[in-house]
Design a protein around this ligand. Structure first.
Ligand code: SAH
Ligand code: TMP
Length: 400
C-alpha cells in the first residue's frame, strides 16, 4: 500500500480469475496470473504481489450476487438500519455505497426514502439494484468520480463499503475520493475479511484475485493515518468467516473508541504483522492442501461420490492450489443463475443448479461455502439425515 518492497510469504501458484466461470463451449484461453501474498514491512499491510486489471474482474457479466444468502440479507438490513438511526439523522443526509452489488444493503435505505447512491462497476448486478428502486452509478469508485459526485450531489454523510475496499488496490485514489466527497464530521465505514481470522482459521481461500488486501486493524490504522484520516472504531463480525468493520473519520474529527487500541494491542500480542507468524500460516496452508487432497483421493479410490456445495470465488483458490478437478469433485451445486451450466475456473468442475442435489444424493459434500455453514446445514438437514457427510477444510480437514 505504501510502496515499500513486499516480503512474500505464500505462493498459491498459477490461478484463474475466481469469478470467471467458463462456458462449456468457450474457445479462448482462460486468463491466469500468479497468486502470491506479501507483507509490507513498513506499514504492515498484507497484500497480493500481483494486481489483476480491474476490468477483467468487474464487468457486465460479474456473477456474484450479494443477496444469495439469507444471513447476509439480514446482516445488511441491520447495517442499513443502524446507519439510518445513528448517522443518517440530520437534514437530507446522503449515503454513498462503494460496491453496492445487487443492492442488498441500500434497498433498506431506499425504502426509508433517504438519499443514497450505489457505485457499482459490474453492470449486470447493478441492474438488479436498479430494479429494486436503488440509485446506482455504473462506475468504479475513484477520485475523479468522487469529485464529480460531490459537485452533483453535495457532501456525503456516510461512505460505506462491504467486501469491496479489500478489492481495490488504488487506495490513494479511494482516500482522495472519500476526502472530496465526505461531509465535515462524516464517516467512512468498511467491512472486509480479517487477517486475524484468516491466520487463526487457516482460511487461505480468502486469498484470490479480487481480495487484493487482507486487512488488519494495524494496517488499516496506518493506512488511514497515511491519508490524513483516523481509525476511530472497530467491530469484529462473524459473517464471511470473520471480518472487521472499520470506522474512519478525518483525523481529529471524532473521538476514538477504546476498542481500537484493544484490537491493536491484541494484534501486537499475537504478532499478527510479523513475517514469522505469516510464514507459520503458510506452512499450515500446505498441510491443509495435503490433507484435503489425500482425503479426496481416498474417497475416490473407495468409489464414494463427492460433490461441492457453493461455487464460491474462494473455491477457485482451493481447487487450483490443491489440483481438485472433476475426477475428485464431480460437480458443484450453486444457486447463482450466472454460474450454473458453466465450469469452475481453472479446474473445470461443472456447476449445476442446487435442486439437482436431492436427486443425486452424493455420499459427501465438500463445503466450499463454509462461511455460510450454519445457514446451509439448517437448509440441508435431509442430506445429513439420509447419511450424507460434509467435508470441511477450515480450520482443518475433517468429515462431519
Ligand atoms: N457489498 C457487497 C458486494 C461485494 S462483491 C457485499 O458485501 O456482498 C464486491 C463488489 O465490488 C462487486 O460487485 C464489484 O463489482 C465491486 N467493485 C469492485 N471494484 C470497485 C470499485 N472500484 N468501486 C466500486 N465497486 C467496486
Ligand atoms: P460467498 O461465500 O462469496 O458469499 O459465495 C457463496 C456462494 O455459494 C455463491 O455462489 C452462492 C452460493 N450459495 C448457495 O449455492 N447456496 C446457499 O445456501 C448459499 C448461502 C450460498
Amino acid at each position: 500500500m505504501c510502496g515499500a518492497r513486499l516480503e512474500e510469504f505464500l505462493d498459491l501458484g498459477r490461478q484463474p480469475l475466481s469469478d470467471a466461470f467458463v462456458p462449456p463451449d468457450q474457445d479462448g484461453e482462460e486468463f491466469f496470473f500468479r497468486l502470491a501474498v506479501g507483507l509490507c514491512p513498513s506499514c504492515s499491510m498484507v497484500q497480493l504481489t500481483e494486481e489483476v486489471p480491474r476490468g477483467r474482474m468487474f464487468h457486465e457479466d460479474y456473477p456474484y450476487l450479494s443477496s444469495g444468502s439469507s444471513v447476509m440479507r439480514e446482516h445488511f438490513e441491520g447495517v442499513a438500519r443502524r446507519l439510518l438511526e445513528t448517522e443518517l439523522t440530520g437534514s437530507d443526509p446522503l449515503v454513498v455505497e462503494i460496491g453496492c452489488n445487487d443492492g442488498v444493503m441500500l434497498q433498506t435505505v431506499a425504502k426509508a426514502g433517504v438519499r443514497h447512491l450505489g457505485v457499482e462497476p459490474s453492470g449486470g448486478v447493478a441492474a438488479r439494484a436498479q430494479e429494486r428502486g436503488i440509485d446506482v452509478r455504473v462506475a468504479f469508485f475513484e477520485e475523479e468520480l468522487a469529485v464529480a459526485l460531490r459537485a452533483e450531489l453535495g457532501p456525503a454523510t456516510v461512505v460505506y463499503g462491504a467486501n469491496t475496499l479489500c478489492h481495490i488496490p488504488y487506495m490513494d485514489s479511494i482516500f482522495a475520493g472519500v476526502d472530496a466527497l465526505l461531509a465535515p464530521g462524516g464517516v467512512f465505514v468498511f467491512e472486509d475479511p480479517y487477517l486475524g481470522d484468516i491466520v487463526e482459521k487457516t482460511s487461505f481461500d480468502q486469498i484470490y484475485d479480487e481480495h487484493f488486501y487482507l486487512f488488519s486493524a494495524t494496517s488499516v490504522s496506518r493506512m488511514a493515518e497515511h491519508f490524513g484520516f483516523e481509525l476511530v472504531d472497530v467491530e469484529r463480525l462473524e459473517v464471511h468467516g470473520g471480518e472487521v468493520r472499520y470506522w474512519i473519520s478525518r483525523a481529529g474529527e471524532r473521538s476514538v473508541s477504546p476498542r481500537v487500541s484493544e484490537l491493536l494491542a491484541e494484534e501486537e500480542a499475537r504478532q499478527l504483522g510479523s513475517l514469522a507468524t505469516l510464514q507459520a500460516f503458510a506452512a499450515a496452508v500446505g498441510s491443509v492442501r495435503e490433507d484435503l487432497l489425500a482425503l479426496l483421493q481416498r474417497l475416490s479410490s473407495e468409489g464414494r461420490t463427492v460433490a461441492g456445495y457453493g461455487a464460491t470465488a474462494k473455491s477457485a483458490t482451493v481447487n487450483n492450489f490443491c489440483g481438485i478437478g472433476p475426477d475428485l469433485v464431480a460437480k458443484v451445486y450453486d444457486t447463482t443463475p450466472a454460474k450454473q451450466g458453466r465450469l469452475t475456473p481453472g479446474t473445470h468442475i461443472p456447476v449445476v443448479p442446487m435442486d439437482e442435489l436431492a436427486a443425486d444424493r452424493p455420499d459427501h459434500l465438500l463445503l466450499y461455502a463454509w462461511n455460510h455453514a450454519e445457514e446451509i446445514k439448517a437448509k440441508e438437514q435431509a442430506f445429513s439425515a439420509a447419511g450424507g457427510r460434509w467435508i470441511t477444510y477450515v480450520p482443518d480437514v475433517r468429515i462431519t
